[in-house]
Design a protein around this ligand. Sequence first.
Ligand code: NAI
Ligand SMILES: O=C1O[C@@H]([C@H](O)CO)[C@H](O)[C@H]1O
Length: 308
Amino acid sequence: MQPIRLGLVGYGKIAQDQHVPAIKANSGFQLVAVATQGKPCAGVENFQSLTELLANGPAVDAIAFCTPPQGRFALVQEALAAGKHVLVEKPPCATLGEALALVDQAQAQGVSALFAWHSRYAPGIEAARDWLASRTLQSVQIDWKEDVRKWHPGQTWIWQPGGLGVFDPGINALSIVTHLLALPLFVEAAELRVPNNCQSPIAASIKMSDARHLDVRAEFDFDHGHDELWSIEVRCAEGVLRLDNGGALLSIDGVRQTVSEEGEYAAVYRHFQQLIGAKASDLDVQPLRLVADSFFVGSRVAVEAFYD
Ligand SMILES: NC(=O)C1=CN([C@@H]2O[C@H](COP(=O)(O)OP(=O)(O)OC[C@H]3O[C@@H](n4cnc5c(N)ncnc54)[C@H](O)[C@@H]3O)[C@@H](O)[C@H]2O)C=CC1
Ligand SMILES: O=C1O[C@@H]([C@H](O)CO)[C@H](O)[C@H]1O
């Protein structure tokens, strides 16, 4: 079977760290062209824009998007209009409206599309979801804290409108929790702590609940120490489930559980390949809705300026 000919737009940090290695390790894909505004990708044809890639580049079946969320909507629209399958990094767009429009356009075009919530593919997530399915949940505590200087060095877009600030990593925790829980979550209150030289928060506290009044709390921090804290604790009547290291580690009542050995991005691309084969799509906007609602109801607290 011929490999899926893949173009990639936005050869930046995550494309270099995760996407290109995962593509190269999956014989179902062949990376044939890159469109980027930064350094070129070795070994493939490079273009300054998606438009140029589509017009003058090699034939592609699918496009992976690793650009910042601002401006990504028009790029994905262009690929869909050209009949390409699309894999879109999180968050899918800068606004919920854009994401919903992409859902409709992908369906109308009859191509496969994936909003790639990469943290949902962490090794412990499916085992955690299976365990929780038959338990009586009482509360959820999310602590998602990392150093923006480590994970987004020099990236000014993240502090601009649409860049989400600390919700850029925090949305990963929301993508896990919305995958683990059976009922939709609602934002009851939020506090967004915004540096006085930024347009998006550096830290946030969020209180959420569901129709059964489950108590879900989240603490996000982008100015954390070098050792990340990416943990989710679910207290149930039957015991306590913890996901640590972004979902790579799962423990139940303090006992470490056996989890998948597949990495996040290997699983993301395997899923994309399966969707294309099945002429299907996977386009969940719930994590982005929770971020939007946090911005709607969140109180703003000005904090000291942030400098990279
Ligand atoms: N940095 C990280 O650790 C992770 C980032 N992500 C997500 O991946 C996305 C990108 O993040 P990073 O790679 O860190 O950002 P980045 O700033 O390192 O890379 C973005 C790339 O897109 C290119 N670009 C921007 N506009 C373009 C356009 N119109 N056409 C072609 N290329 C364009 C830039 O030249 C740059 O190379 C974000 O949505 C982020 O949330 C996901 C997982 C981890
Ligand atoms: O999606 C993201 O993941 C984190 C970090 O790379 C851990 O995976 C990053 O801040 C955010 O963009």
